[in-house]
Design a protein around this ligand. Structure first.
Ligand code: NAD
Ligand code: MG
Length: 400
């Protein structure tokens, strides 16, 4: 029996994780569940799973949840804030931590899980984008295991030579591998012209053709910033330089990514576009367990298409590559500006096409530093957020 903490339990990845665990209740005990402000949803999950701890990021929400659970004598201890999140990420009775909080809020609890030497199932790609080097070093130093949950990285991980001792591929295979190929569906606006992109709404951006995801990652998929973040993620997870990571459009989302070897072999992982597959793989690695995902029917799919990326229509991907090459906290700045711009777009305070502009201007006005400590990373993150917010306010004033 393995104990698991699920950070971001009420989200798309959190709920899919519980769906997989439901099929293997004898193997996993849910120790802690966390959410941001959704008291009703976390209460329902607590009643179903009876974890030892529940954490609300927001302290008022924690109080409300605690009162409700006390009323029915549910033996769940309710905590709050970053301290509560890092506490449940480090519990001795927890073996596995699913890092599925969205955005920078996931960084400190993710790092805490690495420090506590846990098996870290990483969905929260922003943590690696903000602080790749520190997170990887922490994993190594404390003997943690880092397993990718992002479907592309799970695919690459499954196509790399097998190494039993650790999740991430610490040993070098770089002499054998010529390229990592990340597939991208192209999101809901793959065929839109630049003019058509001008007036798209949050509702349209969140209606992804293949995947059902949280709102932030859905917008990132529509701008292709998600693929940019994934290139950075792949770079850290697989110790691979940016020039060996390429993106190819593949609208069907059946091939989740590929590894090309120097002998000309290209290994790919295929499957339904359903996050329960990579989640199950990370949960049970190096074993495989059932995930509840239906079989892939190749004759029904019949055709797989591939296209080159048009960087003009999707400038965010280019910005991410550039930030990665610049190194240090430049990717932290990219991530922070993007989080602020996406939030503004979701609140209808910013046009879709202005998201990349806000990120680009923020990057041009701030210089990154060596990412040698979390304090430096958090400082640059805060500066980038302030500047991006200012830019959005100016843009709004200019429009009104
Ligand atoms: P989501 O919005 O559906 O869920 C996010 C979860 O984080 C919720 O439980 C929410 O309560 C919690 N949360 C949000 N803000 C918080 C805060 N400030 N403090 C504490 N908790 C907070 O998002 P998602 O789609 O499940 O994505 C989660 C992460 O997984 C993201 O980093 C995303 O990039 C990554 N990911 C998601 C998918 C997917 O298919 N959904 C695929 C690959 C990677
Ligand atoms: Mg992905």
């Amino acid at each position: 029996m393995k104990g698991i903490t699920i950070l971001g339990a009420t989200g798309s990845i959190g709920l899919n994780t519980l769906e997989v665990i439901k099929q293997h209740r004898q193997d996993y005990e849910v120790i802690a569940l966390t959410a941001h402000q959704q008291v009703d949803r976390l209460e329902a999950l607590c009643l179903e799973w009876m974890p030892r701890y529940a954490v609300m990021a927001d302290s008022d929400a924690a109080e409300r949840l605690s009162l409700r659970l006390k009323k029915i004598n549910a033996p769940v201890q309710v905590l709050s804030g970053t301290d509560g999140l890092t506490f449940v990420a480090s519990l001795p009775e927890t073996n596995l931590v699913m890092a599925a909080i969205v955005g920078s809020a996931g960084l400190l609890p993710t790092l805490a899980a690495a420090k506590a030497g846990k098996r870290l199932l990483l969905a929260n790609k922003e943590a690696l984008v903000m602080s790749g080097q520190i997170l990887i070093e922490t994993v190594r130093k404390h003997g943690a295991e880092l397993l990718p949950v992002d479907s592309e990285h799970s695919a690459i991980f499954q196509c790399l030579p097998f190494k039993k001792n650790t999740g991430i591929q610490q040993e070098t295979h770089h002499t054998e591998i010529s390229r990592l190929l990340l597939t991208a569906s192209g999101g809901p606006f793959r065929t839109y012209s630049v003019e058509q992109l001008h007036d798209v709404t949050p509702e349209q951006a969140c209606a992804h053709p293949n995947w059902n995801m949280g709102r932030k990652i859905s917008v990132d998929s529509a701008t292709m910033m998600n693929k940019g973040l994934e290139v950075i993620e792949a770079c850290w997870l697989f110790s691979t330089p940016p020039n060996k990571i390429e993106v190819v459009l593949h609208p069907q989302s059946v091939i989740h990514s590929l590894v090309e070897y120097i002998d000309g072999s290209v290994l790919a992982q295929l499957g339904q576009p359903d996050m329960r597959t990579p989640i199950a793989y990370a949960l049970a690695w190096p074993k495989r367990i059932s995930s509840g995902v239906p079989r892939l029917n190749l004759t029904e799919i019949a055709q797989l298409d591939f296209e080159a990326i048009d960087f003009n229509r999707f400038p965010c991907l280019k910005l991410a590559y550039d930030a990665l090459l610049a190194g240090g906290t430049t990717t932290t700045i990219l991530n922070a500006a993007n989080e602020i711009a996406v939030e503004a777009f979701l609140q209808k305070r910013l046009r879709f096409t202005a998201i990349s502009k806000v990120v680009e201007t923020t990057l041009s006005k701030l210089s990154g530093h060596k990412a040698t400590s979390i304090d430096i990373i958090l400082e640059d993150d805060a500066h980038a957020r302030d500047l991006a917010s200012e830019l959005i306010n100016c843009e709004k004033n200019a429009q009104s």
